[in-house]
Write a protein that binds this ligand. Structure first.
Ligand SMILES: *[C@@H]1O[C@H](CO)[C@@H](O)[C@H](O)[C@H]1NC(C)=O
Ligand SMILES: *[C@@H]1O[C@H](CO)[C@@H](O)[C@H](O)[C@H]1NC(C)=O
Ligand SMILES: *[C@@H]1O[C@H](CO)[C@@H](O)[C@H](O)[C@H]1NC(C)=O
Ligand SMILES: *[C@@H]1O[C@H](CO)[C@@H](O)[C@H](O)[C@H]1NC(C)=O
Ligand SMILES: *[C@@H]1O[C@H](CO)[C@@H](O)[C@H](O)[C@H]1NC(C)=O
Ligand SMILES: *[C@@H]1O[C@H](CO)[C@@H](O)[C@H](O)[C@H]1NC(C)=O
Length: 380
């Protein structure tokens, strides 16, 4: 393809001439005038949720700032390398910011994302029964656990164990009855398996402070060194803590995944980003089977057994620093692996597990023509 090769030549010329100390704005303007640079078709797009998680600009030389409408006012630009191979956005925190920013990128005519891989890479709370401070979790399921009814636990019936129960149901523990569509997403586990070899032998960061806090737990994996593990992510705008809510949302994760999901990590954005991605996939703008959801653990979601009522929040657990470091330590080989093995392995996509397309969201958006809604019973 003539166009593409001359485009690559042009871009590599730019890259070589400009080197690391590009001036940015003017160069992007010049590229904009050259119709051949747009739409940009990156091999990998990375999502951070807030500024500290953006560990990518220097390692990947993401110095081309591209302004598109609809991103967070705090992070209004897509940042790309000069080859247009790797791009990054910061979505802004929690569900609303994530949904809006990801939609803006996916709908932007400046980008062709039909064969792009997406790495959602942020920090998270961790269930001490599945991981520890600094651990790196790769998800199959993402569940919007707080999409539920709630009553303060001081006012629950005496035989209830929690103040959360699912919409359309009568009490905690009942299976889902009412569906909004964003409750649960399943990701391509074959893609997850395909990138695991790139994480072989990575040496995860750890700190004295994290080791000290971890020693308060008398069970594994909480008291073990950080590792890469498979674990599902719960999404909630509310930054919750404590064993009762941890168990509640673990139970809800099981309800939404027919007992196959294990609540391991907690974050404030993933289901929102994934909802935008399912919609864009339905429109043929991207491929939802090319999404990797990686979360690194910055704090335990609950206290050690003997300190249940004096739960100390994330700041004094010592996990924040290794969690940020491990975004790059684990994420960089994934991105580099995808690019290095692009032609023979990733370009054509990684075939997902059987039945996946149907489950990729709870409305089965990608396999049904008509949106089916189960209105269930409404407690009016
Ligand atoms: C790109 O944008 C970031 C913040 O959005 C800014 O810090 C940086 O200086 C910009 N880089 C260039 C090359 O303009
Ligand atoms: C959000 O995503 C998590 C997995 O990351 C999934 O378990 C959960 O069901 C999703 N929840 C909603 C409401 O989308
Ligand atoms: C609680 O007790 C009520 C009244 O006996 C019963 O209908 C309900 O099923 C019980 N709920 C739970 C969660 O045990
Ligand atoms: C890992 O943690 C150590 C100890 O806190 C820190 O000094 C170091 O800079 C970290 N390494 C990386 C690669 O982030
Ligand atoms: C979670 O579910 C288990 C098994 O049904 C139950 O024993 C436990 O009380 C539930 N936890 C909460 C906090 O509701
Ligand atoms: C759970 O099982 C129900 C009933 O068989 C099915 O409709 C639903 O798609 C399943 N959900 C998941 C996430 O597998």
């Amino acid at each position: 393809m003539w166009k593409k090769s001359s485009l690559l030549l042009l871009i590599s010329l730019f890259g070589t001439c400009l080197g690391r100390s590009v001036k940015g704005t003017n160069d992007v303007k010049r590229l904009r005038q050259d119709k051949r640079w747009f739409p940009i078709s990156p091999k990998v797009v990375i999502f951070s949720m807030y500024a500290d998680e953006n560990v990518w600009v220097e390692p990947f030389e993401l110095y081309a700032n591209i302004t598109i409408p609809g991103l967070s006012p705090l992070f209004p630009q897509v940042q790309c390398d000069w080859k247009g191979e790797i791009c990054h956005i910061t979505t802004g925190e929690a569900e609303i910011n994530a949904a809006c920013s990801v939609s803006a990128l996916l709908l932007s005519p400046d980008f062709d994302l039909t064969s792009t891989y997406f790495l959602i890479a942020g920090i998270a709370g961790v269930n001490p029964f599945t991981g520890t401070l600094g651990s790196v979790g790769l998800a199959r399921w993402a569940v919007q656990v707080a999409l539920a009814y709630e009553v303060d636990s001081r006012q629950i019936p005496s035989n209830w164990t929690t103040g959360y129960w699912l919409e359309g149901t009568e009490e905690p523990g009942q299976a889902p009855a009412e569906i909004y569509g964003s409750e649960v997403f399943e990701l391509n586990t074959n893609l997850r398996d395909a990138i695991m070899p790139y994480l072989d032998g990575v040496k995860l960061n750890d700190t004295e402070a994290a080791m000290t806090y971890r020693a308060n737990y008398d069970y594994a994996p909480a008291n073990q060194p950080p590792q890469v593990f498979f674990g599902d992510v719960a999404t909630s705008d509310v930054y919750f803590a404590g064993s009762l809510l941890g168990e509640t949302f673990g139970n809800i994760t099981k309800l939404w995944t027919n007992d196959t999901g294990v609540y391991a990590l907690t974050a404030q954005e993933d289901n929102a980003s994934l909802e935008a991605m399912v919609r864009a996939s339905k429109a043929g703008l991207m491929d939802i089977s090319r999404v990797i959801l990686m979360r690194t653990a910055s704090d335990f979601d609950r206290a050690p057994h003997n300190q249940e009522t004096v739960y100390s929040f994330e700041y004094n657990q010592g996990g924040y620093e290794p969690a940020l470091a491990n975004i790059l330590i684990a994420g960089q080989p994934i991105v580099e692996g995808i690019i290095e093995h692009w032609e023979h392995k990733f370009k054509k996509g990684v075939k997902p597990q059987d039945g996946w397309l149907y489950n990729s969201d709870v409305l089965h958006t990608l396999t049904t023509r008509k949106r089916k809604r189960n209105f269930g019973r409404f407690r009016g």
